[in-house]
Each structure stands twice: as C-alpha cells, then as structure tokens.
Design a protein around this ligand. Structure first.
Ligand code: TRP
Length: 342
C-alpha cells in the first residue's frame, strides 16, 4: 500500500533536466532561435537546473573582468528569455563548491585513454597549442560531476557535447559497478532542433561570435541589426527571388529560415509573402522582424542589469537550492568511496 503511494508520487513528480552554458561569449540569434527559445516551455515540463559553467571557461584563458561581466549579462539574458528563476533552479557553477569536489572524485574514475579520445579536447588543444592544460583534459569529469550531482533524467545537449555525456554514462557504469546504485544514468536529450542559423555573411558556416559581422547578438542595437541584414550575403544567381533552396541558394534559405523562426511562419508562408519582391526588399524586412523579436529581450536584459540586487538575489537563492541537492549526492559519494565523516 505504502509502496503504491510512493510510486504515485514519483509519477507525479516532474522529470529532472539539467544543462550548463559557458559564460565565455555573448548570446546570439543562433542560440536564441535554436535551443533557447524552447527553454521557457521546458521549465514547465521538467524540474530544470540551469547553470553558468564558469569553472569550465578557465580551461581557456579569460580576462577576469570580462568573465565577471559576461556571467552577469548571461544571467540577466536568460531571465529575459523566459527562464523564470521562480520556476527553475538558476545558478552559477563556482557558487556550488560540490561541483569541484565531485569533479575531483570522478577524475579518479575516468581513464586517460577515454579522455584522450574526446574530440573537443583534440580540437581545443589544436587551437590553444600554447595552453594545453590539465583542466582542458579532465573537463569531461567536471561536466560529469555537474550532471550527476543532481541525478537528472535528461541532459539537453547539442551534437558537440554528446561525446561528453557518453563519457559521463561510462563513469556512472563504472562507479555504480563498484559501489552499487549511487548515480542515476542520465540520458542525452536531443533538443527540438529549432532553426540552425548560419552566418549572415558566410552562409556556409554556422552563425558564430567569432565572425561578428555575420552574427546578430541578442544585445545588438537595432541599427546594428539592420545594417547586418542589409549587408547579408544573398546568392550570386541572377534570379533575385525569395525561394527556399538550401543547396543552390544558401544565403536566401538562411534568411527565410530566420524570418520564419522569428515570426512563427512556415517557409511557404514566407515565399508567398515575398513573391515578386527582390532581395532588396526582403533583407531589411528580415532585419525588422529580428529587431522586433529581440527588442523585448534586450530591453529586459538591460533593465535587469541595472538591478544588481535582484540578480544577486537570484543567484544566491539558486546556489542555495542547488547546493542542498548537490550536497546530498556528494555525501553519499564520499561515504561510498571510504572518506571518514567529519
Ligand atoms: N560543456 C558544455 C559546453 O561547453 C557546458 C556544460 C558544462 C554542460 N557542464 C555541463 C552542459 C553539464 C550540460 C551539462 O557547452
């Protein structure tokens, strides 16, 4: 009888979801129209933990003042995008010391060989040949700790992080194999794709902050957004017609996609709306739609950034909620591996 009641309660409880984002760069339209736009719905459907992975960012050298500023800006932006801190747990990784502590433990349960196979490690060490530090190498152990502290059911990640979640699953198997059921096995959650937004001036590559002229930042001023869209690369065909053709007209396809995502329309709707219009009319219209989509987010972010006390309250409360859960897991782990209780 009692068991039934417990089961019922478990079913009623929401599944747990956790994701971290490095505060090393500004958010852009690709982030927003991709995963971010879906997060407000996710916090309704899941018990969500979101954190700013500042411990991870120092695997690559950062400017301290810029990192602090970026962390605050990102926190404000997330709230402005609809991550209501009353409805999810929003915190800063370094504020919850259990991440670093469990990270250390898990270092001892991940193998040199498997860490060496991580493609992100190989890429990042190629790009930062003068700073291939230990943290860059063991980064997936810290990420596994981030995840396992909260025993989530799902971890939403992009393709580039899938290998790290797989490694985390290997660690769970190894650890649980020795000590019994300590960690819940997390599943990668491949997100509703949303739009895959390409660079405005090089539509063959993804929109990225490293190419600022082809990239629309969430906090860009309207005149900058308008300029970037006016200069957007369309295609060298002579057609001058708004038609979705990913292979032959990647520049126009990207703009159609952005317009569709920003206004909630289908590609066909967009083609119909701009039938007979040339690119000269279409490009500023896309810019306008993006300006209007981002305006409330920018305004709200700016408003929040002026309210430092509020933001501090949010991250303090978030850290408190998070560390309550994290501490329970860490205690269990310390006990299992044989540390004497204080
Ligand atoms: N490694 C992730 C990235 O670079 C960020 C991250 C850190 C993360 N810890 C995490 C993502 C835990 C999901 C779960 O994008």
């Amino acid at each position: 009888m009692e068991e039934q009641a417990i089961q019922k309660e478990e079913q009623a409880a929401k599944k747990v979801m956790l994701s971290g984002i490095q505060p090393s760069g500004a958010l852009h339209l690709g982030n927003y129209l991709g995963p971010l736009q879906h997060w407000p719905q996710m916090i309704e459907d899941f018990d969500c933990y979101f954190f700013l992975a500042d411990l991870h960012t120092i695997t690559v050298r950062q400017d301290p003042a810029a990192l602090r500023k970026q962390t605050m800006t990102l926190l404000a932006s997330y709230i402005a995008c609809g991550l209501d801190p009353e409805k999810c747990t929003l915190f800063i990784q370094s504020h919850v010391h259990q991440h670093a502590e469990l990270g250390w433990v898990l270092n001892c349960y991940a193998m040199f060989g498997e860490l060496s196979r991580m493609t992100q490690f190989k890429d990042k060490s190629a790009k930062n040949a003068d700073n291939i530090n230990g943290g860059l190498f063991t980064y997936p152990c810290l990420m596994a700790a981030d995840i396992l502290l909260y025993q989530p059911d799902f971890v939403p990640v992009g393709e580039d992080q899938r290998q790290h979640v797989e490694l985390c699953r290997n660690i769970v198997q190894r650890f649980n194999g020795i000590y019994g059921d300590v960690f819940k096995m997390p599943e990668p959650y491949i997100q509703k794709v949303g739009a895959r937004i390409m660079s405005l001036n090089a539509p063959e590559s993804k929109m990225s902050k490293s190419q600022p002229e082809g990239c629309v930042f969430l906090l860009d001023r309207p005149e900058d957004i308008a300029r970037k869209f006016k200069r957007a690369v369309t295609d060298s065909d002579t057609e001058n017609c708004v038609r979705y053709d990913q292979a032959k007209k990647p520049g126009v396809a990207n703009l159609i996609q952005i317009y569709a995502a920003a206004t909630g329309r289908t590609f066909e709707d967009v083609e119909r709306e701009f039938a007979g219009c040339g690119y000269g009319k279409f490009k500023p219209a896309v810019g306008e739609a993006v300006i209007e989509t981002l305006r409330p987010i920018r305004e709200e972010t700016e408003r929040l950034l002026k309210d430092k006390a509020y933001l501090e309250g949010v991250y303090r409360a978030g850290a408190e909620k998070a560390s309550y859960v994290a501490e329970k897991t860490l205690r269990k782990v310390y006990k299992k591996v044989g540390f004497l209780q204080r």
